[in-house]
Write a protein that binds this ligand. Structure first.
Ligand code: G1P
Ligand code: ZN
Length: 541
């Protein structure tokens, strides 16, 4: 099979962001864009010769073609074996699990997560290391450096390999092992949760709706919830993955999963509702008449973790990304365990999980996970909730009310301003950053500022320092404001404003009303309307 060495030159914009390299699909399809990045991954990881990789994606438009290119390039550069999900499909948590289970050196995940797909949507490539987690910055920096000096790439000149049939085949000297994308993951879930209790729950008439949002989790959810645990047929909706996610936005939040939200807030709602995103790592939890914020979900899972067989011995610690609400901190304090605050992005949890310093971790952006893999895991979070509900025989609403009685309620919301002029967004952040040291002791819209800083993280395991991770402003009484710019957007800048306030007495307020003073303080401090030219956020979650 002829091996081609193709001349190329560096292409701008190949710096991996919060979660791999994410761009508009048509940019990924443009000449050499994908090839340059893949060759730079090989360079960044010290070569792929003799290595074993896992490969799969969320099935979005260009997934199948991109997988063939990755395979031909891996073979051309001497990889020994690539384990591929059938039809090049793997959810992100399933890929993480396969890397760990098979002892692979790493893996490539083709996904732009919750971003819309299709020819006019987005595409992405992530590299995960041998622990199953997203490559740390030390690796992504090497990959980026390689993209800036690349002059050629190697690829086999060969026909597409059959990825529909399970089993081992060869591509040049490389073995391509096509595996069932669901089976290993389903086994892992059965080893963590009390499947007998879950079967009994569904057998007792418990009703659930799972919105797979036309994305990758459909086959996993059907196999586990319906076929194994006995949830009634039709529990999983939008369960067939489609290249453009049914023209939808596969982001599981009350805005994009509105149909599910409406059902759960309506008459005769099921007992439990959940949704997952494009690549299956995010989750949304909603009970009958009760939405649970991701920050509250993390806190509730931590508080009830010992009901799950895998966590029955207790948690070694918990971790949350900095903008995530401090609800879990209160649970950790009550349990006497560590609570780590990390920069946004799952890659920062990896060292803590590997070192056994934390068991559960989560982000406000619908990400929850544990030490079972090194990615966040949507379906795992759903099964965790079901396991708790089965053991406690309680509704979601009652469980959260009980939780807030014990720990207080951290009212929380995120306001996103999307597609903002990048210069204006940077100026807003730079200006506020410049004023931070003078803020403590002053007032903003009637709130007294107690702390203000630009978040920097010193990794306690490897000693690395990550700076400029978002502006944190604390107020008297436990309220908090965080501002940062997105690292996953593909057009202009996205300003994220995270708002939080603690109430230890009243638990049934509307979140936006409870947060009105913090929202006013954000405007007073950052002049968001003026700077962005927007009257209101584009998305409120
Ligand atoms: C967003 C979320 C972040 C998450 C990431 C990948 O990143 O905010 O928590 O880890 O997507 O799913 P951002 O766009 O804010 O950089
Ligand atoms: Zn995702």
């Amino acid at each position: 099979m002829p091996l081609l060495t193709v001349s190329t030159s560096p292409i701008d914009g190949q710096k991996p962001g919060t979660s791999g390299l994410r761009k508009q699909t048509k940019i990924f399809q443009s000449p050499n864009f994908l090839e340059n990045f893949i060759q730079s991954i090989w360079t960044g990881i010290g070569g792929v010769t003799g290595k074993t990789l896992v490969l799969g994606g969320d099935g979005r438009f260009f997934n199948a073609e991109a997988a063939q290119i990755v395979l031909r390039m891996a073979a051309a550069s001497g990889a020994a074996r690539v384990i591929v999900g059938q039809n090049a499909l793997l959810s992100t948590p399933a890929a993480s699990h396969l890397i760990r289970k098979r002892g692979a050196d790493g893996g490539i995940i083709l996904s732009a997560s919750h971003n819309p797909g299709g020819p006019n949507g987005d595409f992405g490539v992530k590299y995960n290391t041998g622990n199953g987690g997203p490559a740390p910055e030390s690796v992504t920096e090497k990959i980026f450096a390689a993209t800036q000096v690349i002059s050629e790439y190697a690829i086999l000149d060969s026909a597409d390999i059959d990825l529909a049939t399970l089993g081992e085949k060869t591509l040049g000297d490389m073995i391509v092992d096509v595996v069932d994308p669901v089976a290993d993951y389903a086994d892992l879930m059965a080893s963590i949760f009390d499947f007998d209790a879950l079967k009994a729950l569904f057998a007792g008439g418990f009703r659930m709706r799972f919105d797979a949002m036309h994305a990758i989790t459909g086959p996993y959810a059907r196999a586990i919830l319906e076929d194994t645990l006995g949830a009634e047929t039709g529990t999983v909706i939008n369960g067939t993955p489609s290249p453009d996610f049914g023209k939808g936005h596969p982001d599981p939040n009350p805005i994009w999963a509105k149909t599910l939200m409406d059902e759960m807030m309506g008459r005769d709602a099921p007992d439990f509702g959940a949704a997952s995103d494009g690549d299956g790592d995010r989750n949304m939890i909603v009970g009958r008449g009760q939405y649970v914020t991701p920050s509250d979900s993390l806190a509730a899972l931590a508080a009830n973790a010992t009901l799950v067989p895998a966590y029955s011995g207790g948690l070694s610690g918990v971790a949350r990304s900095m903008p995530t609400s401090q609800a879990v901190d209160r649970v950790a304090a009550a349990q006497g365990i560590d609570c780590f605050e990390t920069p946004t992005g799952w890659k920062f949890f990896g060292n803590l999980l590997d070192a056994g310093r934390c068991t559960l971790c989560g982000e406000e952006s619908a990400g929850t996970g544990s030490d079972h893999v090194r990615e966040k895991d949507g379906l795992w979070a759903v099964l965790f909730w079901l396991n708790i509900l089965a053991k406690r025989q309680i509704s979601v609403k009652a469980l959260m009310e009980d939780h807030w009685q014990r720990f207080g309620r951290n009212y929380y919301s995120r306001h996103d301003y999307e597609g903002v002029d990048a210069g204006a967004a940077n100026a807003l952040m730079d200006d506020l950053r410049g004023r931070l040291s003078a803020l403590p002791g002053t007032q903003a819209a009637g709130l007294t500022i107690t702390s203000a800083d630009d978040f920097a993280y010193d990794d306690p395991i490897d000693g690395s320092r990550t700076e400029k991770q978002g502006i944190r402003i604390g107020f008297d009484g436990g309220a908090r404001l965080v501002l940062r710019l997105s690292g996953t957007g593909t057009v202009g800048a996205t300003l994220r404003v995270y708002l939080e306030t603690l109430d230890t007495a009243v638990f049934d307020k509307d979140a936006q009303e409870a947060l009105a003073p913090v929202i006013a303080a954000a405007e007073a401090l950052a002049g968001i309307k003026d700077r962005t030219g927007r009257d209101a956020p584009d998305v409120i979650t």
